[in-house]
Design a binder for this molecule. Structure first.
Ligand code: 2PG
Ligand code: MG
Length: 422
């Protein structure tokens, strides 16, 4: 099938901030639309998200965050290069690289390129009469990813109620995706009730749908979630383990890790020890960004002493970049990578990063952003790509449940297997 029209426009994300949508119309008149997400704790090495701040296109009521420049790039630069071509993700991505050869997509904007790339993937799936997940796994059971789900939010997502960004749970003892999700919903509900009883603020639903409950110490936040897991009759470390997103780049200031709520300041070497003791004392199976995005030596120092079964996960460290992943593999900085398509800017290149990670024996977690939309392509990608893990925030907010519901749809209607990465 051929591409008849490519069209970009501005929509809103779950924080009410502008983001880019793109639609591709094929010559059978079908329309394939994709919307891109946006982060808050954004890594310095991510592909460039174009916003209009300081440009003539800036829309005054959006505080510089409008995306009309990126939208114009779709309509004026990308569309003419694609109209009339056969729809194929690889070709579309290649055409955009020819228009803007920069590695970080600073010319067109990664928000423009990703919107078109995703729409192209959806259009190609349609042209083959497949779902987006089946475009990548045409045959055999679909591998449903293990959900890594936010219970407590802090950092940039919840006005720093916690020094770290998230306390999440991994229900690795569950036998099916739907059982895993039922445990998570129960843990989040109970955490809300117990938090309220203790007089902690729980009215706040944070950016990713988690609970914004303030704790001064990371250990106390972890123990609180563990107590909820136990109260439900689930066994910590056996049924459900903790996962933390430390998002430490956010509090790495002048070479020191500054925990404001805990009123503590650590040198990198001291912070390595701090993380090591946290991991010893709590049933944590995965830790993301324990060290800052360019503090490579702390990463490899800790990796050398970390328990073997611990998932040491790079988000801001790798920013879904092939070169940064390569460095991490060489320096043995981590053993897992967070895969965020909008950190990279193209679907095909994001898949290549995931494949290189798997080849190097790394685990992969396909991840949403804190600013999301009701689109559910992420669930198709995580499943079709056999990522084995997915992170989309909590179980509140339609932009989050859209992803969970897509996975429940696969489980209900397709032949599936539930990934067991732990
Ligand atoms: C992260 C993400 C999602 P953000 O740090 O992993 O939780 O946050 O999208 O704000 O970068
Ligand atoms: Mg992160």
């Amino acid at each position: 099938m051929k591409i008849e029209k490519v069209f970009g426009y501005q929509v809103l994300d779950s924080r009410g901030r502008p983001t880019v949508a793109a639609s591709i119309t094929l010559d059978d008149s079908s329309v394939h639309t994709a919307r891109v997400p946006s982060g808050a704790s954004t890594g310095a090495h991510e592909a460039v998200e174009l916003r209009d701040s300081g440009t003539p296109r800036e829309e005054k009521f959006y505080g510089g965050k409008s995306v009309f420049t990126a939208v114009a790039h779709i309509n004026i630069k990308i569309a003419p290069a694609l109209v009339g071509k056969v729809t194929a993700l690889q070709e579309v991505d290649l055409a955009m690289k020819e228009i803007d050869p920069s590695l970080n997509h600073s010319g067109l904007g990664a928000n423009a390129t990703l919107a078109v790339s995703l729409a192209a993937a959806k259009a190609e799936a349609h042209s083959k009469n497949q779902s987006l997940a089946r475009l990548f796994t045409p045959q055999g059971p679909l591998l449903l990813p293990m959900p890594m789900v936010n219970i407590l939010s802090g950092g940039a997502h919840a006005n720093r109620t916690l020094d770290i960004q998230d306390v999440l749970v991994l229900p690795h003892g569950a036998k099916s995706f739907s059982e895993a999700l039922s445990w998570i919903v129960a843990i989040r509900e109970l955490a809300a009730v117990r938090g309220r009883e203790k007089g902690l603020v729980t009215h706040l639903v944070a950016d990713e749908g988690g609970l914004g409950i303030p704790f001064d110490s990371i250990e106390d936040a972890c123990s609180f979630v563990v107590s909820c897991i136990e109260e439900l009759g689930l066994k910590p470390a056996v049924d459900v383990s903790l996962a933390l997103d430390i998002a430490s780049t956010q509090f790495f200031i002048d070479g020191k890790y500054e925990l404001h709520n805990a009123k503590k300041s650590y040198t990198p070497a001291q912070f390595v020890d701090f993380i090591a003791s946290l991991i010893k004392n709590q049933p944590i199976i995965s830790i993301e960004d324990p060290f800052a995005e360019d503090d490579w030596s702390s990463w490899s120092n800790y990796a050398a002493i970390a328990p073997q079964q611990l998932q040491l996960l790079g988000d801001d460290l790798f920013t879904t970049s092939p070169t940064r992943l390569q460095r991490g593999i060489t320096e043995k900085s981590a053993n897992a990578i967070l895969i965020k398509p909008n950190q990279n800017g193209l679907v095909s290149d994001t898949l290549r990063v995931l494949e290189s990670a798997h080849e190097a024996g790394f685990k992969t977690v396909v991840s949403a952003r804190s600013g999301e939309t009701e689109d559910s392509w992420l669930s198709d990608l995580a499943t079709g790509w056999k990522a084995q893990q997915i992170k989309v925030g909590s179980t509140h907010g339609s932009e989050r449940t859209a992803k969970w519901n897509r996975l429940l749809e696969f489980e209900a209607t397709e032949e599936t297997k539930f990934a067991q990465p732990f």
